[in-house]
Design a protein around this ligand. Structure first.
Ligand SMILES: Cc1cc2nc3c(=O)[nH]c(=O)nc-3n(C[C@H](O)[C@H](O)[C@H](O)COP(=O)(O)OP(=O)(O)OC[C@H]3O[C@@H](n4cnc5c(N)ncnc54)[C@H](O)[C@@H]3O)c2cc1C
Length: 283
């Protein structure tokens, strides 16, 4: 299927088209897409909610595999949960809470799919997704369906070994909780995040990874960059590590702003920031 701009598929709202976007409905469908790409030498990329992505204005070559139709979910009373890669983490939280399960504080306050959260080992102060994962079912580069244990996922800071695979299903093991107390805790975390981050404006979350022992947001703030804008892209006034799209931003605006931030922080602190947001380029 030929596609309109990827800007409509990302939370930052920038980026050009993909040559093709597909929506596999089953694990076998997904494996067939990867095999077709492998056989024809076409590059492919996985797309969840697009909440950690900056897509170039020229778009991307090859096939974007949108996981949104992989949305089966099962919740067992013993705390074992299986969820398709395209299940929204908000749905995962609601369904597991209905089953008396908790342990997903790490997923509060941002849109994501189960596959994207596993791949990125999403989280922060309140824990990380990988800590709740038992295994991941994925399609490898040759199009084979493989099961990867949590240990082999090698979860680290916003990192996993799943980068070259398509995650199709994730197995979680979650603790039984007092649901009323858990619900309260989730709302408190949400309130705390909403006060500190521009959750209502289009963004891709934190632009830069935190350097060891430092906060990227604080370094950007100290470099005097809050409110700095290039075209439609602006460093949030609420949190220095967020770039918001204040309307009509192009990817080039965001990329130029990222360079400005990196250079200013290097000048003021001697620290070289590395991006957390994933940049998709056509080349
Ligand atoms: C307001 C806001 C706040 C945020 N706060 C946080 C936070 O506190 N902590 C945090 O960790 N992140 C945060 N993020 C970033 C983002 O939400 C997470 O990284 C999230 O896990 C991305 O999930 P996604 O489904 O949107 O993945 P996408 O953005 O679609 O993809 C991200 C990467 O994962 C890959 N990917 C996606 N799905 C799959 C799959 N099925 N198989 C293999 N690879 C896949 C993509 O190819 C891409 O490389 C925030 C974002 C926003 C907008």
């Amino acid at each position: 299927m030929m596609l309109a701009a990827l800007s409509g598929w990302t939370t930052l709202g920038v980026g050009g088209p993909a040559d093709e976007m597909v929506f596999p409905e089953t694990v076998d469908d997904a494996a067939a897409v990867v095999r077709r790409c492998a056989a024809s030498g076409l590059p492919w990329r996985a797309l969840g909610k697009g909440s950690n992505l900056l897509v170039d204005d020229a778009g991307v070559r090859g096939v974007v595999i949108n996981t949104q139709r992989l949305r089966d979910i099962s919740v067992a009373p013993d705390g074992r949960v299986r969820a398709g890669a395209g299940v929204a983490t908000s749905v995962l939280m609601r369904r597991t809470m209905d089953g008396g399960l908790g342990g997903l504080e790490c997923l509060v306050g941002y849109p994501a799919t189960v596959g994207g959260a596993a791949r990125m080992n999403a989280g922060g102060r309140w824990g990380e997704t990988g800590a709740r994962i038992e295994d991941v079912v994925a399609i490898d580069a040759a199009g084979e369906i493989v099961t990867v244990s949590a240990a082999d996922c090698a979860f680290g800071y916003r990192h996993s070994a799943l980068g070259r695979m398509l995650v199709v299903e994730v197995g979680f093991r979650l603790p039984q909780v007092d649901v009323a107390a858990y619900r309260l805790r989730i709302s408190e975390i949400h309130r705390e995040k909403a006060a500190a981050q521009p959750l209502k404006e289009p963004s891709a979350g934190c632009v830069f990874r935190n350097p060891v022992g430092a906060s990227a947001g604080r370094l950007i703030d100290q470099a005097g960059l809050k409110g700095r804008a290039v075209g439609g892209a602006m460093v949030s006034n609420v949190h220095g590590n967020f770039i918001v799209n204040r309307g009509g931003a192009a990817a080039t605006d965001v990329l130029r702003l990222i360079d400005t931030m990196r250079e200013a922080v290097l000048r003021s602190s001697g620290i070289e920031l590395r991006t957390e947001v994933e940049i998709w380029r056509r080349g």
